[in-house]
Design a protein around this ligand. Structure first.
Ligand code: FEO
Length: 403
């Protein structure tokens, strides 16, 4: 295998030496429809430095790409910006094979790597703001704790104006193109937003602080090199601006009607809510859990102002797919949502109440008590659903008056 894979030069002194995973379709519950990349970078300085590694099965691809530039045994330093296994899964093996002079990580990263991988050799902790001389170049480190793990940090190569941003500004997208400006814009926008919604959304308040910190740092950033997907080298303000927008989660006029139905009664209720929302001027996305994955819902929630969720009752519970998506969304901690619960039932009817409880625990501002319909919703029940849609639309209008 060595010799097959080649490094790709991304700046004057830096090569991309990562791996492309065309087949991965699940990332701890997030469906990765277009695969992913695990980006690692080789800085060819006096001290040859490898920044991050790749997922364990891709170790040979990493070594092959490094070998197309330098013999891997010439690597002096290894820096781990993030301890999650898609970037550190082969770190212990690489350390053994390459035997670098020094290995570095953030303070938390040094601890995590030692505990997780039982790495025996010293991992030197780097405090926020530390500068590391590579001889003729300098790396500066910025702690980005909880973005999205406690160990996460950025590294910045002053000479090339290159920010190694680990998961931040990344996306799960397998491509042969290495730069964002080479990728179709609609795909780029969708995958960047989907990544944010499914990975970074819970940490939005920290993202706002981080953007501010990067801004105040005065660093001359010309390239952003994340650990997944393409690198950003043009119009960096666009991706930074998108992060700022997503992190703020301002109320919008968009409502998601999310449902799962047994015999279409709950679906009829969803459609009536949809009509009420439309009549009230809301933008509406209707999502059946038979047709969408939980990570599609997370993507839609990113710019939504309302979440209306319904399920038929099955064995005194909501249907399993609804429990799945609500559990997932609860963990993502979306903010500034209004909403309501609904659902049909035959005799006990707990589903809508259970959904109401989950939405309440998610701090969704619930505009009504759960709306329920026995067996098949009649005209009166559908009118109630329509009225619920209208009421939510009205509240969205009030909440977005200055949009
Ligand atoms: Fe791409 Fe958090 O690992």
């Amino acid at each position: 295998m060595p010799g097959i894979y080649k490094a790709i030069k991304v700046s004057e002194h830096v090569y991309w030496v990562g791996a492309v995973d065309w087949t991965i379709r699940d990332f701890h519950g997030y469906t990765t429809k277009r695969g992913s990349t695990y980006n690692a970078y080789l800085v060819v300085a006096d001290k040859i430095t490898l920044i991050d590694t790749v997922k364990a099965p891709f170790r040979q691809e990493l070594l092959s790409r490094i070998a197309s530039v330098v013999d891997p045994s010439r690597i002096d330093y290894i820096i781990s910006n993030h301890s999650e296994m898609d970037h550190s899964g082969c770190l212990a093996d690489i350390i053994r094979e390459v035997s670098p002079e020094k290995v570095f990580a953030s303070v938390m990263g040094a601890k995590t790597l030692k505990e997780h991988f039982a790495i025996e050799r010293e991992i030197i902790p780097l405090k926020d703001g530390t500068e590391l001389s590579l001889g003729n170049m300098t790396l500066t480190f910025m702690e980005t704790r909880m973005l999205h793990w406690p160990d996460s940090m950025f590294s910045y190569l002053k000479e090339d104006g290159l920010l190694f941003s680990q998961d931040a500004f990344g996306m799960h997208l397998a491509t042969v193109e290495r730069f964002a400006d080479e990728v179709e814009e609609s795909i780029l926008n969708y995958e960047a937003a989907t990544y944010y919604a499914n990975i970074l959304l819970p940490y939005s308040p920290l993202i706002l602080n981080l953007i501010d910190k990067v801004d105040r740092s005065g660093l001359d950033i010309r390239i952003i090199a994340p650990d997944h997907g393409p690198l950003w080298r043009k119009d960096l303000g666009k991706i930074l601006g998108s992060y700022g927008t997503w992190a703020q989660q301002k109320p919008t006029s968009k409502a998601i009607v999310l449902f799962h139905t047994m015999w279409h009664s709950t679906e009829l209720m969803a459609r009536a809510i949809e009509e009420g929302l439309i009549a009230g001027g809301a933008r509406v996305k209707v999502m059946s859990m038979e047709a969408f994955h939980r990570s599609d819902v997370a993507y839609e929630v990113l710019d939504a102002g309302a979440l209306v969720a319904g399920s038929s009752t099955l064995n005194n519970n909501m249907l399993p797919a609804m429990a799945d998506v609500l559990t997932y969304l609860k963990g993502l901690k979306p903010k500034n949502l209004i909403g309501a619960a609904f659902g049909s039932y035959g005799w006990s009817g707990e589903a809508a109440s259970h959904i109401h409880e989950v939405l309440s625990a998610m701090k969704v501002d619930l505009v009504e008590e759960p709306v329920k319909a026995k067996y098949v919703p009649d005209d009166a029940a559908l009118e109630t659903c329509y009225a619920l849609g209208s009421k939510i639309a009205e509240k969205l209008r009030e909440g977005t008056a200055d949009e």
